[in-house]
Design a protein around this ligand. Sequence first.
Ligand code: NAP
Length: 475
Amino acid sequence: MTQADIGLIGLGVMGANLALNIAENGYKVAVFNRTAEKTKAFMENAAHLKDQFIACYSLEELVANIKAPRPIIMMVMAGDPVDQQIAALKPFLSDGDILIDAGNSAFHDSNRRYRELADTPFTFVGMGVSGGAEGARHGPSIMVGASPTAYARIEPILTAISAKHNDEPCCGLMGPEGAGHFVKTLHNGIEYADMQMIAEIHEVMSKCLGLSIPEQAGVFKKWNEGPLSSYLIEITANVMDVIDEESGKPILEVILDTAGQKGTGRWSAVEAHMLGVPATGIDAAVAARCISAGRALRQEIAKVYPQGTDKLSFADKQVGIDACEKAMIAGKIAAYAEGFDVLAAGSKEYGWKLPMGDIARVWRAGCIIRSRFLDEIASAYDQNPELSSLYLAPTIAERMKDAVPGLRDVLCKAIMSEIPTPGLSAAMGSFDMIRQARTAAYVVQGQRDFFGQHGFERTDKEGSGFHGPWPAGGA
Ligand code: NAP
């Protein structure tokens, strides 16, 4: 039997779909799953692609069935299972073999694994994969953290299976170590912010515009033909269109209001804080999911602070819909601006030289945050790879200036109507602050010096470590 081009461990939802995708692109795949029944079931369902697979029931058998040097994808649960899998594989590997972790691993773990394997004859690759099951099967967005040599070896397979945007593969080398998983983490952070803002806009359209859910589906479909065109806008329209078979109501009316999360949004927020870069929209989205999860407490507090019935409305329906569209555009720009700021800070901190334009390009298809807007971001970074903020790119600035009044209008109406808008408010707050030539931070500096003698700089003199003439009790 001819040996496989690549191995794949973990035939769960993602692994099975990725294996089928690789096979469909003409590569032979040796597959293994910890639970043997899953491998058998996979082979039974492999249909016309069956001959492209070699089903293996031990790691030794898997390794023996792959052409050396062997690329082996691990698509198992993130965390300890990845370390366990690497340890279990090691005794069977030979020089030059490449272990590719394609799960949603924390990038700090990928940094560690990359360094640990650097002292062995094997290579570690941390690979972020986005697009869910559908993406894995028909073309995901792939963000790779690898040495250039390891990447060159696996690139033909990865570009073949990845999503394509205008025939360009949505797959790229982001840098060494955990760079691929870092970029995937921020992808998910931006995704959190975008999803939260969409949910908020829905509530504004329901309460301030009186639009039914099916009517909103129509609005989202229309938006999907314009600057907001994106996967998340498209699927929101699709979700809004669905009627629950049992109740006959729009499915959104019967879905419980507690949002789950698996950690990547939180990792983005934590990393942003560690890097000293604001990611207020991502923070707000993570916090909103946490608040949503505390349903019993919310219901108790709601009894103490009942909602008012007054709702501010717009001049007319279309004016309101247009303001909501602009608010969404401004919020989306803010989410991307913050996400790319965190990427730039991480790139500097870890010495990765992340390819900012390529990141935008890799996200243009296959992944959850794919959107028309990413073309503009890619061009902005192509024109100026050293761009210090997306807000400074001329095309983005033009869009932001046009959209901000809509965001302000929507926020005023939402706040006066008691509609929570943590995501959109965070976008507005951080944008308003970042464009202040002089912020109110002088008050904070005054307070810090008053109670802690931390010192401050002055606007009228060079130097630092000045203190105020505080009265007794102060510095
Ligand atoms: P899944 O369907 O639950 O499959 C999990 C796989 O991991 C199974 O093959 C399981 O083997 C294996 N596994 C778990 N613990 C293991 C261990 N200790 N040793 C060896 N194998 C172990 O999960 P999934 O959705 O495919 O996700 C796989 C990875 O992809 C995760 O890191 C996930 O975060 C990431 N991811 C998921 C999505 C998504 O939309 N689902 C998108 C992007 C990335 P058994 O069958 O023996 O239990």
